[in-house]
Ligand binder design. Structure first.
Ligand code: PSV
Ligand code: MN
Ligand code: MN
Length: 424
């Protein structure tokens, strides 16, 4: 489906007066508003190819229709999102759910939509048709070197695809672990994983990063070999300067203080990036910001503080990605909501009065410190985000326009009602 720029302009025109009123009201109270707006314009969140279809439950899948069937259609979907919000300028592929073939054509298509290729993801958590050895008992941790080698070779192949597409990072998430006590020698499993990752690391191009993702449990329910940020950081440190820890918000034990984890990883120069999503119970992969928006803000508060302290570029020095999937909502609507929630949390973190906060901390003024954070969190920054997206050429309200233009209905017309996108 083609989304012509004039349709966005026409829509914005109908909203302009009301937007201006709201924007001017908030802009007045914000120091260096132009600087904040520019940071919001620069900030881009990568969209995972597997979130463009319905899924993420092993109990059933209720496809909504018009799902992308090929990489090309996935790129077109992310292109639609980016045209609407100008904040989703990258796509992250998962191999072999996505198998790029004609690299040149794919790159040209992505460029036409203003998209780049974010981290490529490997998959050694499922057996693929025709695969000689099974990952039933793990991949990089496996007791059999031949299975480990198969997992290593797969990662090398993923890097090769990524190089062709201009991606500059590899994300490794392993489902490896055990379901029952006694099943695994923890030390040997970790050691095997390290050695396997070292072989992958050795094949990384110089300008690449590898992100080591951790997850507390699922699909293994007794132990996970890279189960928390400590285990991931240990691996990243042993691997070398191109290896980093990746934080997926849904991968912690309940009530973990993720903002503190983020702060220390940043301090160590080992925070690589994010998988954004939200959850009530575990790795629920719900819409970012739908359950715990204050936590999301507190994470961004640490990110802004820590990145500024290290002189990092907010937009380019970490990998920002969504990782979620749904059974209920239109996936594109869900992604528009998620990007918006991330932009809002980022904008709120940008307007925290840092000087006052440092002062309050130095004076052990606990109530004041809390007020300063909550003041930013309770500010309705939506007009700021909308202004940034407007200036970047997007819609003042992407979700509203998506509905007005009947994008899903158009996609169903084009692709049919019974289409199934690849993913979990
Ligand atoms: C695992 O739960 C995970 O978060 C990893 O990032 C995978 O690549 C992705 O989800 C697969 O859906
Ligand atoms: Mn993830
Ligand atoms: Mn996950």
């Amino acid at each position: 489906m083609q989304l012509e720029k004039y349709k966005i302009d026409e829509f914005n025109h109908t909203q302009q007066a009301s937007h201006n009123r709201k924007f001017e009201f908030i802009a007045e109270g914000i120091a260096q508003v132009e600087d904040v707006l520019q940071k919001l314009v620069n900030f881009q969140i990568a969209i995972p190819s597997w979130a463009l279809g319905t899924g993420a439950t092993r109990f059933g899948r209720f496809a909504g229709g018009g799902e992308p069937r090929t990489i090309e259609e996935k790129i077109e979907d992310v292109g639609l999102l980016h045209a609407l919000n100008r904040s989703s300028g990258a796509i992250s592929l998962h191999i072999p759910w996505d198998i790029p073939q004609d690299y040149k054509a794919i790159k040209t298509l992505a460029a036409q939509h203003g998209l780049t290729f974010d981290a490529v993801n490997s998959n050694t958590f499922q057996d693929q048709p025709g695969q000689p050895l099974s990952y039933k008992f793990g991949s990089m941790q496996h007791v059999d070197k031949a299975v480990r080698q198969q997992a290593i070779d797969h990662n090398l192949e993923v890097i090769r695809h990524g190089v062709e597409l201009g991606s500059e990072s590899l994300t490794v998430w392993l489902a490896d672990g055990s379901c029952f006590p006694g099943q695994l020698n923890f030390r040997k499993a970790f050691q095997n994983t390290l050695e396997s990752l070292q072989e992958v690391y050795a094949a990384l191009p110089e300008n690449w990063k590898v992100y080591v993702e951790y997850k507390a449990f699922e699909p293994n329910f007794y132990s996970t070999t890279i189960g928390d940020w400590g285990q991931s950081l240990l691996l990243a440190n042993k691997l070398g300067a191109q290896a980093y820890t990746l934080v997926d918000l849904g991968h912690h034990l309940p009530n973990a203080n993720i903002e503190q984890i983020v702060s220390l990883l940043l301090m160590e120069g080992k925070l690589g990036g994010f998988h954004f999503n939200d959850s009530k119970y575990a790795d629920d992969d719900l819409t970012t910001g739908s359950i715990k928006p204050y936590q999301l803000f507190l994470i961004f508060n640490e990110l802004v503080e820590g990145m500024d302290a290290r002189g990092m570029n907010h937009a380019t020095d970490l990998g920002w990605m969504i990782d979620q999937a749904h059974n209920l909502k239109d996936p594109l609507e869900d992604l528009l909501q998620s990007v918006q929630a991330i932009m809002i949390a980022y904008a709120q973190a940008l307007i925290v009065d840092r000087t006052a906060l440092t002062e309050a901390q130095q004076q052990n003024d606990v109530a004041r410190a809390q007020e300063i954070l909550q003041d930013a969190f309770r500010t309705d920054v939506r007009p700021l985000v909308a202004e940034a997206q407007l200036r970047a050429g997007g819609a003042v309200n992407a979700l509203e326009l998506y509905r007005q233009l009947k994008v899903r209905e158009n996609l169903i017309q084009e692709r049919g009602l019974k289409t199934v996108s690849t993913g979990l």
